[in-house]
Design a protein around this ligand. Structure first.
Ligand SMILES: *Cc1c(COP(=O)(O)O)cnc(C)c1O
Length: 407
């Protein structure tokens, strides 16, 4: 490992050389079935021909121009994203955390422009993840991302969504500007909120003139089987939505989508970016959208998700000593485990399967949305082998091992 790199990651000892579809190949020749997909980012798998074509064609024409010029790809992708959602307007950035920052700025500015200058507070929820910039870590409120990074920013409050009375109280305060929530918590451990919760939050925020921000950086772009996770629950639409990850299929893009009303405080010079929405990013984003926004692609996600969850139920029954419960939605999936999730992730690599970690001692599976049925079965078989191996090592909740048949 290079000592010239800041040691910010517990990196797996794999030097990835190339990828194709759901498969990754390391420099030493090992092949892995990739259920990480760059953390739900390579939604069309690796080296998808349509994306390679879009990127290389654009690369021969124009890489970058400043946002002081018109960028036709932005206009086109904004049009497609708004036509497919509640939103009227889009702003393009480079990453999820930048999309979240922009969402927070849009929300505060909305109230400011209306003269409600006291409305600055942002309510976030336990178990959430919104990125690593200052606004994002304060909005999430997760102590492990905040410790040592100076005073907590004023105007951010963290609540538990399970304590509804305190949510009602906080949203009704005249100083509250916005609530931010992931409809499916990703890093927190694949926790999918139900329609009742998301609809109640929508009603409550609207009743009090508070803006609702959905962070669909991970759950969006088809990951749950709808283009956006909140679209499972008509009426739950937010005022502002941050998206990124799969939007670029592996090319860095982020975006904020917002209603015209929520965007009404923004204007020339109030926000901006050098790189955001550059022609390369837009060429790839358009190619991704073209494929993922199709009904067949979304139906495929639903079918593959069902196949995974059927397999998970069988694994949970077979390995009650290892698996606490499957969770998640669509292909944003998690298994809460008895043994240490990090150790199981490393063990899965030995069985040629790449999975991500998650809060609440989960492993997460976030494969390409184009994963084929046989590849789902292969992932389940490798997971089965991993859990058997974990049991053989005496990991997990040993007293929960099922009695051997006939013993
Ligand atoms: C990954 C993620 C982010 C941050 O995105 P970056 O591109 O890493 O800045 C924000 N919110 C959610 C829900 C995420 O999953």
């Amino acid at each position: 490992m290079s000592e010239a790199l800041m040691p910010l990651y517990a990196r797996a000892q794999i030097e990835v050389e190339r990828g194709e579809g759901v498969w990754l190949e390391a420099r030493d020749g090992r092949r892995f079935l990739d259920c990480v997909a760059g953390i739900a980012t390579c939604a069309l798998g690796h080296a998808h021909p349509a994306l390679v074509e879009a990127l290389t064609t654009q690369a021969h024409k124009l890489w970058h121009v400043s946002n002081i010029f018109r960028i036709p790809g932005q206009e086109e992708l904004a049009q497609k994203l708004t036509a497919a959602t509640f939103a009227d307007m889009a702003y393009f950035a480079n990453s999820g955390t930048e999309a979240v920052e922009a969402a927070l700025k849009i929300a505060r500015r909305y109230h400011f422009a209306k003269g409600d200058v006291q409305r600055v507070d942002v309510i976030g929820f336990a178990g959430s993840f919104h990125g690593r910039t200052y606004g994002a870590i304060n909005a999430s409120g997760n102590p492990s991302y905040l410790e040592g990074f100076g005073p907590r920013l004023p105007g951010y409050h963290q609540l538990s969504i399970d304590d509804w009375a305190s949510v009602q109280e906080a949203v009704s305060r005249p100083t509250t500007a916005a609530v931010i929530i992931e409809p499916v918590q990703g890093e927190g451990g694949a926790r999918a909120f139900d329609g009742e919760t998301l609809l109640a939050l929508r009603r409550l925020t609207r009743e009090h003139g508070v803006l609702l921000i959905h962070d669909e950086v991970q759950s969006g772009m088809g990951r749950t089987g709808k283009l956006f996770a909140h679209q499972w629950f008509p009426g739950a639409e937010p005022d502002i939505m941050a998206i990124a990850k799969a939007l670029g299929g592996g090319f860095p893009i982020g975006a904020v989508l917002a209603s015209a009303e929520a965007s009404s405080g923004m204007g020339t010079g109030l926000h901006g970016t050098t790189f955001g929405g550059n022609p390369l990013a837009m060429a790839v984003g358009l190619a991704v959208f073209e494929i993922l926004a199709k009904d067949e692609a979304l139906a495929h996600v639903g079918a593959m998700s069902e196949r995974f969850f059927t397999g998970f139920a069988a694994l949970a029954a077979r390995y009650p000593d290892q698996v606490v419960e499957p969770r998640g939605k669509g292909l944003l999936m998690g298994l809460k485990l008895h043994p240490n999730n990090r150790e199981v992730m490393a063990l899965a690599r030995e069985h040629g399967l790449l999975v991500a970690g998650g809060g609440d001692n989960c492993i997460r599976l976030l494969p390409s949305l184009l994963i084929a049925p046989a590849e789902v079965d292969e992932a389940l078989a490798r997971l089965d082998a991993t859990l058997a191996d974990a049991r053989a090592r005496g990991w997990g909740k040993v007293d929960a091992q099922p009695a051997l048949a006939g013993a």
